[in-house]
Design a protein around this ligand. Structure first.
Ligand SMILES: [Zn+2]
Length: 219
């Protein structure tokens, strides 16, 4: 490796644990951005300069040099820039071979600012619609990463209908809150709500029957 090639290195720094799809470029193929692993403050994806080939037509090709820094900046821009105003996902190019404390602090501040903006947008959406379907995955992730408890963090799926009483219930519940029907026997047994070997207990059958009596027929 020539001295110049060895020197043409850029550190693409990532402070997030996010796994993005590999980046594709004609001049280097596919590149995966390293996510932060447990216990790490940042991860570095080393970037090297490349030689690209431009097709000028008439079988004429022109080679051109792309520096490591140009490539790294291009990738950082692509990853950070796809989520609207102030979009930042924690990827930047360090000035040196390793990021400085100041660079890392700046990236953390920008990431948090962006995440808080996402959470604020989700809060507003929730205020208006109370519909978790309108909360984006990005907004959920931001709230989790900031360690915030939000009502819109849960129940990402719409409510289901209880097969017994047709009331709206959450997905995955063991017992219907409305009619008391056991909907997931295994889970109910796990929490001691029914005996593990209990089939269709008299009590259970009775509660269904009572419920049916209470409701007008043909509802
Ligand atoms: Zn029910």
């Amino acid at each position: 490796m020539s001295t110049q090639a060895a020197a043409d290195f850029a550190a693409l720094v990532n402070i997030s644990a996010e796994k993005w799809p590999p980046r594709q470029r004609t001049y280097f193929g596919s590149l995966e951005i390293r996510p932060v692993e447990a216990g790490e403050a940042f991860a570095i994806t080393p970037i090297r300069g490349c030689t690209g080939v431009m097709d000028l037509g008439d079988k004429r090709l022109m080679e051109y040099r792309i520096t490591a820094r140009e490539i790294a900046e291009d990738i950082a821009r692509e990853i950070n820039g796809d989520s609207g105003d102030g979009s930042f996902h924690g990827v930047f190019v360090a000035a040196g071979d390793v990021p400085t404390e100041a660079e890392l602090a700046d990236a953390r501040r920008r990431l948090e600012e962006f995440q808080r903006r996402l959470v604020a947008a989700a809060d507003l959406e929730w205020e208006r619609t109370k519909n978790p379907m309108f909360i984006t995955d990005l907004e959920r992730r931001a709230a989790r990463q900031l360690g915030l408890e939000k009502p819109w963090l849960y129940d990402a799926r719409p409510l289901a209908d209880c097969p017994v009483c047709a009331e709206k219930i959450k997905h995955g519940v063991a017992v219907c809150r409305s009619c008391g029907a056991i909907l997931d026997r295994e889970k109910a047994a796990q929490y001691g709500l029914v005996a593990a070997d209990e089939k269709d207990s008299p009590r259970n059958r009775r509660s269904h029957a009572e419920k049916r009596e209470q409701e007008p027929a043909g509802k």
